[in-house]
Design a protein around this ligand. Structure first.
Ligand code: HEM
Length: 282
């Protein structure tokens, strides 16, 4: 046994690695793992329910990180700090990739497996996820009715109202592009930011000018990072639809929606619409 092996296998009371900590370990005090692992409460004995709860919670955590990064990016654009904004967008792209990979445990749930616990959670639905709604509002997809849904929970409603009232990440991008000398129309910059944004021909023209620049232009790189994000958001929606189609077919949703048909309509909602439209005109 060489020296390094003996250090790794030493288990005596003098091993500094295994000295007891005073109270919680520094790890637990920092990441609250012991709190996290008390938050899974299956309501049935169905073998797939634990995976359903954990996957949903993991996605909620990724939503939290993505919201955080998009807020950081929005602030950086407001300060005309493109480097900091791009760093936050890249971090959010990695988080979105991880979010989408998190579908795996639910990807092949059969109707019988899903039925094993579906009735137990009653009217609970991801539709009621406030953090998902923060994400949509940050993308510019504002909705007063989605905000109203949370009126019964004042703290949560106040936080979501703030995101509803504030300029979206995309509004901050357009403000930044305007200050860079690009012709973002006044009626876009001065619009009511609580209304959903569905695109403007003047903004398509802004992106057309950017996409006509050399390949490594920093604003073109910005357009590509935003397109990555839009694509990953759309992929999340499509993966959700595939999971729903496999697990429940055309049955109605938990909150009384038409299920698949409703989700297909929602999935078609635009994410940074001009960045897709511009590709047809370059
Ligand atoms: C077996 C797995 C799942 C099924 C069958 C399912 C089904 C559905 C259905 C039918 C809806 C439409 C609203 C309703 O009537 O309930 C919905 C919405 C939604 N679900 Fe899921 N879901 C699943 C997993 C998840 C997971 C893991 C998440 C992650 C948090 C999630 C997040 C959402 C969100 C955010 C919406 C609202 C979408 C929007 O507003 O456009 N779902 N889901």
């Amino acid at each position: 046994m060489d020296d390094s092996t003996s250090v790794l296998t030493r288990q005596g009371a003098d091993d500094p690695l295994t000295q007891p900590s005073q109270g919680k370990s520094p790890y637990d005090a920092y990441v609250h793992a012991s709190v996290l692992s008390t938050l899974q409460h299956p309501l049935t004995e169905a073998p797939d329910e634990m995976g359903f709860i954990v996957t949903t919670q993991v996605m909620e955590l990724w939503f939290t990180l993505i919201v955080h990064e998009w807020r950081m990016a929005g602030k950086a654009f407001a300060n005309d700090n493109l480097d900091a904004a791009m760093d936050a967008l890249v971090r959010s792209r990695r988080a979105l990739t991880a979010l989408n990979a998190a579908w795996a445990p639910l990807a092949a749930l059969t109707p019988a497996q899903f039925n094993g616990f579906r009735a137990a959670f009653g009217k609970a639905s991801g539709f009621q996820s406030a953090t998902y709604r923060h994400m949509e509002f940050l993308l510019g997809d504002k909705s007063a009715s989605m905000l109203r849904l949370h009126q019964g929970d004042p703290a949560l409603h106040a936080a979501l109202s703030e995101t509803h009232r504030a300029p979206s990440l995309y509004d901050e991008v357009l403000g930044f592009l305007h200050r860079q000398g690009l012709p973002v129309p006044d009626h876009v910059r001065e619009r009511d930011v609580t209304a959903p944004y569905s695109g403007d021909p003047g903004v398509v023209e802004v992106w057309r000018r950017i996409y006509a620049t050399p390949q490594h232009h920093p604003l073109l790189a910005l357009g590509e990072r935003l397109t990555d994000i839009a694509e990953l958001v759309l992929r999340w929606r499509f993966d959700h639809i595939m999971v729903v189609r496999r697990a429940m077919g055309t049955k109605s949703g938990s909150v009384g929606s038409t299920g698949l048909a409703w989700l297909e309509k929602r999935a078609a909602r635009p994410v940074f619409p001009e960045l897709w439209e511009v590709r047809g005109g370059v």
